[in-house]
Design a protein around this ligand. Structure first.
Ligand SMILES: [Zn+2]
Ligand SMILES: [Zn+2]
Length: 108
């Protein structure tokens, strides 16, 4: 029933920035995890801005946010807290990029 929301260009840019931060837990290369907003109405879709960077292990591994959410949140913070940290890091990253006018990332 729920249609997959297509990410706009800005949302995709945001998601790739988030992913480039690296895993919030271990700093390894990360993918984005869409957090589930709590207390929002049923029609409310999770936004592509509400994403946090997590490596494969912390995203979908044995003790990941998907498979072990309660433990994960107890150890590393709730999804809301992780999102706040992510947005803070993005903000400082953007200031740095502005300053140096850098583009792209090092894929070593
Ligand atoms: Zn996920
Ligand atoms: Zn990790």
């Amino acid at each position: 029933m729920a249609k997959k929301k297509v990410a706009t260009r800005l949302e995709r840019e945001h998601m790739s920035k988030v992913a480039s931060l690296g895993c919030l837990v271990c700093q390894r290369p990360a993918n984005v995890h869409h957090i589930r907003p709590v207390g929002l109405g049923m029609g409310m879709r999770s936004s592509h801005y509400q994403v946090v960077p997590l490596c494969r292990e912390h995203h979908q591994g044995q003790f990941s946010i998907h498979n072990c959410k309660e433990q994960f949140e107890a150890m590393y913070g709730t999804e809301a807290e992780l999102l706040q940290r992510t947005l803070k890091e993005i903000k400082s990253l953007e200031q740095v990029n502005d300053f140096f006018n850098l583009k792209g990332e090092n894929n070593g």
